[in-house]
Design a protein around this ligand. Structure first.
Ligand SMILES: Nc1ncnc2c1ncn2[C@@H]1O[C@H](COP(=O)(O)OP(=O)(O)OP(=O)(O)O)[C@@H](O)[C@H]1O
Length: 600
């Protein structure tokens, strides 16, 4: 405990005399200090004894035992007039101010300084003016107190206490009637006054979140009526705050500084998005029983994009336009979640990061950059925009590709562009699969950047993926890849390109199959066939399903060509005039053994 400056309680017992010989002790053996220049906040549940303690410190009740000192002087024994000049009190009781105006009530605060005549001098008027300004009560000064709202009256009473120019300011629940903004403002004001006027400010409140954010020092009455004191963070870290305020439904969350609702069967969630949104997102999910985790796998995953959300659970992505849709989804998913969780879970962020690192080391076609913070948004085109704008953006890209290839045939440029694009997306996704993660590169969260002469840049705002696919037998990973790669990317890309030039669908799906096979070939070469067995099985399954079925045949690992196409990618019609490794036009013996452009 610090020196004699400020308030100090020693072995203090507070309570009530309920009869000539009977006393009701409320709090006993209290030891605490509240320094000058600091805001000290008294916290505790209902009936803990906060008001009783404040009233005792204020000299309105005698202590039952022990001492209360101010700057070393015994407060209860101090003559009332002197005490009134040193200590100002704002209690919860309503004041009957009759017909007084707010200014007149505030002027009463000067009473301890004016003597029995009560005449205000220039210095008193200055103190009243300063107090009105400090409490921001100027607009209320001319109004009758009886006509003020509870919050307005609170402001005027604070001004009256300040007009008293005390060393100690005691306030019992000063924010009780104030709206949220005014409460923050009032506590901020009291903290500033403590600093500027070297005041000792002690107040009680039930606004735990605000108190812990603004208090310099906390007095906390626990459930056993013991007084714990310390810096707010200290009491949170000790678990003292949780011990007092946690209930079966609510738990104090030290990270957010607020309460989290405890659900009955709590599932876990990942949240992503702009820094300003993720705390709100975490709060919305926790209200519906989800525990937000930053590492490890999770049952669900929500990414904030623009004013909406991508919400994922059980291998499905749902687009939610706003907060109320999110609330409905979070509630519904929580109700439907099986007790043991879904077999498909969101992969741990660290596993996804490992996947992306490992993929990038294979080659440029496998790399996915992540996050938007350090990206220059100008050069990046969101994929869902490319897929939906009817070909407006891609028409220009097709033209540029045609010029670079030395062809004026749109269909050739479209085919080469689409083959490269399919390879660009299939490569990192198949690489993820080799590590047991099905990457989830949602078109709303992924953008592409053209870098002529090299692999186009691919960037995902919040890369994530599905894990747990190994626990599912059969076709689960192929189903997921079918949705996340074929349905979400390859099909819309083909549709939009065919609006630019009506290239045969069979040819374009042949390109997509060829891109999958090309990526598989790179993985088998780099990682070996044992590590890529699962990937091969999934590619085989995908090639057996529409729309890829019938596009060609996959050969055994190491066999050239790995994929025998049934359509031609038209690459031979470019100025380079090359043939690809999967070429349908050449006899097998004349096919190049090395992978040629445009494959990865
Ligand atoms: N005049 C009184 N005589 C006897 N007991 C009282 C008196 N006033 C309050 N008490 C009792 O003292 C205890 C503490 O009450 P107090 O008002 O100090 O608690 P509090 O922490 O301020 O509660 P709240 O947060 O609900 O305002 C309660 O059990 C209350 O019933």
């Amino acid at each position: 405990m610090s020196g004699p400056d400020g308030l100090r309680l020693d072995a203090l017992t507070v309570g009530y005399r309920t009869g000539r010989r009977r006393v009701a002790e409320v709090l006993t053996g209290l030891a605490a200090a509240a320094a000058r220049g600091e805001l000290t906040v008294l916290l505790g549940p209902n009936g803990a004894g906060k008001s009783t303690l404040l009233r005792t410190v204020a000299g309105l009740h005698p202590p039952l035992a022990g001492t209360v000192t101010l700057d070393g002087a015994d407060l209860p024994r101090m003559p009332a007039a002197r005490r009134a000049r040193r200590l100002a009190v704002v209690l919860t009781e309503r004041v009957d101010a009759g017909l007084l105006s707010a200014r007149e009530l505030i002027e009463l605060g000067r009473h301890p300084h004016t003597g029995s005549g009560g005449t205000l001098r220039r210095g008193d008027h200055a103190a009243v003016g300063a107090a009105i300004a400090a409490a921001r009560a100027g607009h209320l000064a001319g109004r009758r107190v009886a006509e003020l709202s509870d919050g307005e009256r609170q402001r005027v009473l604070t001004a009256r206490a300040l007009a008293q120019q005390p060393s100690v300011l005691l306030l019992d629940e000063p924010g009780a009637f104030l709206d949220a903004t005014s409460r923050v403002e009032l506590l901020g004001l009291l903290r500033r006054l403590a600093r500027e006027q070297n005041l000792c400010v002690l107040l009680s409140t039930h606004d735990l979140e605000l108190a812990l954010r603004l208090a310099d020092h906390v007095w906390l009455v626990d459930r056993h009526r013991r007084l714990r004191t310390g810096a707010p963070e200290q009491l949170v870290a000790d678990g003292a705050v949780s011990a007092v305020f946690d209930t079966a439904e609510l738990s104090f969350d030290p990270r957010s500084g607020g309460f989290a609702l405890l659900g009955s069967a709590t599932g876990t969630a990942h949240v992503h998005g702009p820094r300003a949104t993720t705390p709100l997102l975490a709060r919305a999910l926790s209200r519906h029983g989800w525990t937000v985790v930053t590492d490890g796998p999770a049952d669900v995953d929500v990414t904030a994009i623009g004013s909406g959300f991508l919400a994922r659970a059980d291998g499905r992505t749902t687009r939610l336009p706003g907060w109320s849709d999110l609330a409905g989804w979070a509630r519904d998913r929580h109700t439907r979640r099986p007790a043991e969780g879904w077999p498909l879970r969101r992969a741990a962020p660290s596993d996804v990061a490992d996947c992306l690192r490992a993929a990038a080391s294979i080659g440029a076609y496998f790399a996915v950059e992540s996050g938007w913070d350090d990206a220059d948004p100008a050069g990046w085109r969101p994929l869902d925009e490319l897929y939906r704008d009817g070909g407006k953006t891609l028409a220009g890209v097709v033209e540029t590709v045609g010029q670079r290839l030395g062809t004026d045939e749109l269909r050739v440029a479209v085919s080469v562009l689409q083959l490269g694009f399919a390879a660009r997306l299939a490569s990192p996704m198949l690489a993820g699969l080799a590590r047991g993660v099905v990457l989830d590169l949602d078109p709303a969260d992924v953008a592409v950047q053209s870098r002529f002469g090299e692999a186009p840049g691919l960037r995902c705002g919040s890369p994530g993926g599905w894990a747990g696919t190994e626990r599912l037998h059969g076709a689960a990973p192929a189903d997921l890849l079918g949705e996340l790669l074929v349905d979400a990317h390859l099909a819309p890309m083909i549709a939009v390109l065919r609006r630019i030039s009506p290239v045969s669908e069979r040819l374009l799906w042949g390109n997509a199959a060829s891109a999958l096979a090309g990526a598989l070939r790179m993985l088998e070469t780099n990682l070996g066939t044992a590590a890529t067995r699962r990937v091969r099985i999934v590619v085989e399954q995908l090639l057996e399903r529409p729309p890829l079925a019938g596009t060609g045949a996959l050969a055994a690992p190491g066999v050239t060509p790995l994929f025998r196409r049934r359509s031609c990618c038209l690459y031979y019609r470019t100025a380079v005039g090359g043939h690809c490794a999967d070429c349908a036009l050449l006899p097998a013996a004349r096919r190049p053994s090395r992978v040629a452009d445009p494959h990865p």
